[in-house]
Design a binder for this molecule. Structure first.
Ligand code: ADP
Ligand code: ZN
Ligand code: ZN
Length: 740
């Protein structure tokens, strides 16, 4: 009798587009395999970890031509079948190799052959052996200086089981935890490996506000639609209480013992969001973001898969979380660019979250004060349900935006006279000022005063940025560094000066201009160390600093109650950019930054410095608001037939010499794409980066299916082209950045 073999189609972590077929050897149970199993397979003379995509008992290839898998790995670490279906869908949508897509969804430790430790992590809880009396006695005897310990104790008592990452993210230290252990106020255990269930005390009603009419309407509408797929946009001005709306919808989902996946754009947002969630819910909340180490990531993944985690707060890649019993997906700040991965597997977490919700038959909520034009169009056309929150919650008032005409001002260190005056007044009242400058470093260039020579990165043909704190010149395009140049590379003069101003310099100047106040800088340089951002944000909240200088990082969701003046130093670049999304992004940024002012009862003011105060985009935004601006921009996009009124795919290619990438793209574009428009190849806006010459080929179609067909044709042509292996190329579906 011949054996009836089981055939497995397996995704492998190699840069090839197809999956691979293997046999289940006779030594293993043929019937026990499912999609999502992790298996060890021979590949050439290596062994690789793969994930089973399809199990079948038929195969076109003769069994003696196929290799058998070596073994199947730990059951606990397999992907869910639903995840596999989702990943396959993503690979098709983005025309990206399935092996790489699957790899991204696996925690690093599960990509390795080494066995993983999935034993339950430690957690801490109130010592159940102490009587209330004993407990109170010990608490009483704790020193005044142990305030933080007491806070931690409260935190632990309020939650069932807290793990170390949860405690650390809430801002406590190992020493504080150990102190409580030594006093026997808490005990250490391992977490229960069971799905969470909702209990009577799982919600803390203490700080639930009285809902506004608008909030109540959104909540009740969405809560009625929790059983099945629906997509909602909550378009609510900053401070209108969107988070409160999320919290009350989440409560309803938790009551059904279902999990909540909350996607947030950046790690910087998570500490504050986390504390609001932990105040409201006594259910396990886990975090998924790049600040976790590999082991913590694995634990988060595992707890999500087991259903122990009730709420998963995650950045971009959390969209692949192995949900046990999914109830809802919420994408906060859906317009934010960081939801899109810009290299390798170029997915947009918001877009695939919608695909995923549809697959899971659950609702998805997109929230923002400044909807992306794609999302807004879907809401206006009725594809998504459109909810609006038009008033600020509580007592806070809307801030006004004022344009400052730089041509008419006395300018010192990039600050106009009007701004300096407004800063004086604000600081005198004991309130805080936020100054926004989207340029890191001390100066964006250094140049020779004799001959105007500019010190450029040879690999990018772009100026080096001066970083004085690090005593370095750094190229912001390729990351290369060199020592600060003291002599002109052209005429030999030593009269070298910084050109322009970055956040590092601005911070110094502000200290000179306002010596009685403390200034702090928040950008990628000042927050590089782990935990530094949370620390700085806390200092701001504690009012240790009166002036905040920062880049985009500061524009996002942070809540600074005492900031009443926000200044934006330059917006002009976006007004004349050739990227059609630049004005949209500028408007979003301005509105988001403005949202940082006047969050509590004090009114806020926003000052925007520009050389072009009459520019129609700025005028529209300032006089009529984002809503108006966005609708007008949609009309323009419709006329130009660009997204969201058309779909794009961008092929990028780069090589050591310009002719190779250009030839490749030209050759593959010589086809008949009847329903698809082809532009290029053209040199990228930044033609040279890190020593490579870069070219673009843009495909555009009115219908998505025509675009996909055209992309497929180009991919086939590239696969058969002799330059395929000599030129680095990629395809970006729904590209967000056309300039590089
Ligand atoms: P958003 O997420 O829209 O920017 P938040 O949810 O952070 O707004 O709400 C802004 C502030 O208003 C928060 O301090 C929140 O606690 C408070 N808030 C929300 N809803 C209400 C309400 N109905 N009444 C009073 N205060 C509210
Ligand atoms: Zn460079
Ligand atoms: Zn010179």
């Amino acid at each position: 009798m011949t054996t009836q073999f089981t055939y497995l189609q397996i995704a492998l972590p190699i840069p090839m587009r197809q999956s691979f077929t293997y046999l289940v050897p006779e030594t293993l149970n043929q019937l026990s395999f499912t999609r999502g199993d992790r298996v060890l397979v021979p590949f050439g003379n290596r062994k690789l970890i793969g994930v089973v995509l399809v199990v079948s008992d038929e195969c076109d290839v003769a069994s003696d031509k196929l290799k058998a898998i070596i073994e199947r790995l730990d059951d606990n670490s397999k992907l869910t079948m639903q995840q596999v279906d989702f990943l396959s869908l993503c690979a098709r949508y983005y025309h990206h190799p399935i092996g790489d897509v699957v790899t991204q969804a696996l925690p690093v430790l599960l990509r390795q052959i080494k066995p993983v430790d999935l034993s339950p992590p430690a957690c801490w809880l109130k010592n159940p052996e102490l009587s209330e009396q004993q407990f109170n006695d010990v608490c009483q005897s704790m020193k005044k200086s142990a305030a933080k310990q007491k806070q931690l104790l409260n935190f632990i008592c309020e939650h069932d089981e807290l793990t170390w990452p949860e405690i650390r993210m809430a801002g406590y230290s190992k020493a504080q935890l150990n102190a409580l252990l030594n006093k026997a106020l808490i005990i250490e255990q391992t977490v229960k490996q069971q799905p969470f269930t909702f209990k009577a005390n799982s919600v803390n009603d203490d700080d639930k506000p009285q809902l506004s009419v608008e909030q109540a309407l959104v909540i009740s509408t969405i809560n009625q639609r929790l059983d099945g797929f629906s997509c909602h946009l909550i378009d609510g001005i900053t401070g209108s209480g969107k988070t409160e709306v999320y919290l009350q919808i989440i409560e309803q989902v938790l009551k059904q013992d279902k999990q909540v996946l909350l996607l947030v754009p950046e790690i910087g947002l998570t500490p504050q969001t986390l504390s609001r969630f932990e105040k409201r819910f006594r259910v396990p909340v886990v975090l998924h973001h790049s600040g976790l180490n590999d082991n913590e990531r694995l634990q988060t993944w595992h707890q999500t898969k087991q259903g122990r985690a009730a709420i998963i707060i995650a950045t971009r890649s959390g969209v692949f979380s192995p949900l046990h019993k999914p109830g809802i997906i919420i994408v906060d700040e859906e317009h934010d660019g960081s939801l899109k991965q810009q290299e390798g597997f170029r997915y947009h977490a918001r877009d695939i979250a919608i695909l995923r919700a549809r697959q899971l038959h659950i609702p998805i909520v997109l929230g923002t004060a400044t909807p992306s034009l794609e999302t807004l169009q879907n809401a206006l056309s009725g594809k998504y349900q459109y909810h609006q929150l038009t008033k600020r919650a509580g007592k806070s008032s809307i801030s006004t935006i004022e344009l400052i005409d730089m041509a008419r001002e006395q300018v010192e260190f990039g600050l106009s006279g009007s701004l300096k005056k407004a800063m004086q007044d604000t600081l005198k009242r004991g309130e805080q000022v936020l100054i926004f400058l989207n340029r890191r470093g001390f100066a964006p260039a250094i140049s020779c005063q004799e001959c105007n020579w500019i010190c450029e990165c040879q690999r990018c043909n772009k100026p080096y940025t001066l970083h004085q704190g690090q005593s370095l010149l750094i190229c912001h395009h390729c990351g290369s560094q060199k020592r600060i140049v003291r002599q002109c590379g052209s005429c030999g003069s030593i009269r070298i000066k910084p050109l322009g101003q970055g956040t590092e310099q601005l911070e110094q100047r502000l200290l000179e201009l306002f010596p009685d106040y403390s200034a702090i800088r928040i950008d990628r340089d000042s927050t590089r160390r782990k935990g530094e951002l949370a620390k700085l944000l806390q200092q701001v909240t504690n009012k240790e600093h009166q002036i905040l200088v920062g880049t985009q990082m500061l524009a996002k969701g942070h809540h600074f109650p005492d900031v009443t003046l926000v200044a934006v130093l330059d917006v002009d670049g976006a007004l004349f950019s050739y990227d059609f999304r630049a004005p949209e992004h500028m408007a979003q940024l301005l509105v988001q930054v403005a949202g940082r002012a006047g969050r509590e009862s004090k009114p806020g003011k926003v000052m925007v410095q520009t050389q072009y105060p009459e520019h129609p985009l700025l005028q529209d935004l300032v006089n009529n608001g984002y809503q108006h601006f966005a609708r007008y921009a949609l009309i323009e996009r419709q006329q130009a037939m660009i997204p969201p009124f058309g779909f794009q795919a961008l092929f990028r290619a780069e090589g050591n010499y310009p002719n190779m990438p250009e030839t490749l793209l030209r050759d593959v574009s010589q086809q008949d794409f009847s329903q698809c428009m082809v532009s290029g190849p053209i040199a990228a806006a930044q033609e040279k980066k890190a020593g490579k010459y870069r070219f673009h080929l843009l495909l555009q179609a009115k219908e998505r299916k025509d675009l996909h067909l055209a992309v497929q044709h180009v991919l086939t042509a590239i696969a058969g082209h002799e330059l395929n292996s000599k030129v680095r190329w990629s395809v970006d579906i729904d590209p967000q950045e056309l300039s590089w």
